[in-house]
Design a protein around this ligand. Structure first.
Ligand SMILES: *[C@@H]1O[C@H](CO)[C@@H](O)[C@H](O)[C@H]1NC(C)=O
Ligand SMILES: *[C@@H]1O[C@H](CO)[C@@H](O)[C@H](O)[C@H]1NC(C)=O
Ligand SMILES: *[C@@H]1O[C@H](CO)[C@@H](O)[C@H](O)[C@H]1NC(C)=O
Ligand SMILES: *[C@@H]1O[C@H](CO)[C@@H](O)[C@H](O)[C@H]1NC(C)=O
Ligand SMILES: *[C@@H]1O[C@H](CO)[C@@H](O)[C@H](O)[C@H]1NC(C)=O
Ligand SMILES: *[C@@H]1O[C@H](CO)[C@@H](O)[C@H](O)[C@H]1NC(C)=O
Length: 296
């Protein structure tokens, strides 16, 4: 079985990356964590708690963990796993804005030459595919009563071209928590329609590839686990509510939404960014295989 998987993953390496790689967030063993503190590598690390360093929240795991076998040869991995965590200190304070006490968040943003805007302009034209693989961190479990948005492309209006969501949707406070599908990944389009859902199974890598047509405003989703080849799990579907030409930063990490606080005013209850209940637990996810392929 292992041999078949190796063979399949080799084939995938050959046949699946047909375009050119315009962004590579796969962390080579030569890359030092100090680059996180200075935001000098492929990641802008600004979205985190203000009082702790980037390496407090994000770690490169060296040879202590195996990255997705989809893009790594068995026994000879070419990248480090990225560990991303949140805790109660993970309150982001955006430039010029109040602290986001509703959220707990640590996200890495794709950048090139220390400039995410520069990269966005290169990777968000024509057709491009966003690759990433996700694994659970058993020592830092998520709380599935909460909503998490863990991968997304966010234009300046705060919407998401697509996103991956886990947990129970914040939008329905009357729901019995956790929601029935809380333990599944939901791939949502810009209008928050769920395009694909699949269970988040512990101990295995979940590989996603989301193809965005920036001219025709469409999405298509591919998925596999471990070293199995990616396969299309949705047709190419319209994503018509995206503002044409609106580019956004490519985020991945852990963004945890609050639970509505019954003691808050209705206005504050609706202000998910600044209000609501957070238990302050330490939680995390593992990432590998993050890169962007320009298809045409
Ligand atoms: C990142 O910065 C923190 C705070 O200055 C420091 O303690 C930590 O050692 C730095 N990490 C690396 C890998 O340099
Ligand atoms: C978490 O942080 C918030 C905001 O800083 C604080 O009000 C709360 O008491 C903290 N909770 C825990 C469990 O430390
Ligand atoms: C960070 O430190 C400042 C200054 O001590 C403090 O006012 C603020 O509440 C802290 N933020 C968090 C999220 O703990
Ligand atoms: C980042 O790149 C954009 C687009 O090329 C450019 O307009 C902007 O000036 C750059 N920012 C910095 C700080 O270099
Ligand atoms: C998970 O969140 C729910 C809803 O806020 C809360 O009741 C529960 O105590 C949390 N669990 C942990 C382990 O923090
Ligand atoms: C974009 O849409 C047009 C009209 O439906 C179609 O002819 C064209 O092939 C599409 N382009 C791509 C890249 O799918």
């Amino acid at each position: 079985m292992a041999k078949i998987r190796d063979l399949l993953s080799l084939l995938v390496c050959v046949i699946s990356v047909t375009g050119s790689i315009v962004y590579d967030g796969r962390v080579p063993f030569s890359m030092q964590a100090a680059a996180l503190n200075t935001s000098t590598g492929p990641f802008l690390t600004a979205v985190k708690g203000q009082n702790e360093s980037a390496t407090y929240y994000t770690e490169f795991l060296g040879h202590s963990a195996l990255p997705t076998p989809l893009w790594n040869e068995l026994g000879h991995p070419s990248e480090q796993v990225i560990s991303i965590k949140i805790d109660n200190t993970s309150v982001f304070v955006p430039g010029g804005g109040p602290p986001q006490y509703g959220f707990r968040r640590t996200e890495l943003i794709a950048q090139k030459n220390e400039n995410s805007t520069l990269l966005d302009a290169e990777m968000e034209v024509g057709v491009s595919t966003f690759h990433f693989s996700i694994k659970s961190d058993l020592s830092r479990p998520l709380n599935y009563s909460h909503e998490y948005q863990i991968v997304f492309i966010e234009p300046s209006d705060g919407t998401h071209v697509f996103e991956i969501q886990l947990g129970s949707p914040f939008t329905d406070p009357t729901l019995t928590l956790p929601a029935a599908n809380a333990h599944s990944f939901k791939i949502r389009d810009h209008a928050l329609n769920v395009l694909f859902t699949t269970p988040f199974i512990p101990l295995i890598w979940h590989n996603f590839a989301i193809t965005v047509d920036w001219d025709n405003l469409t999405l298509a989703v591919e998925y596999s686990t471990e070293g199995f080849p990616l396969r299309m799990v949705t047709p190419t579907v319209g994503n018509p509510t995206v503002t044409p030409g609106a580019l956004g930063d490519f985020h991945f990490g852990v963004l945890k939404l609050p639970i509505v606080d019954p003691e808050d005013s209705p206005a504050d209850q609706a202000d998910v960014v600044h209000f609501g209940i957070q238990e302050g637990t330490t939680e995390g996810l593992f990432y590998s295989g993050v890169f962007v392929e320009k298809v045409s």
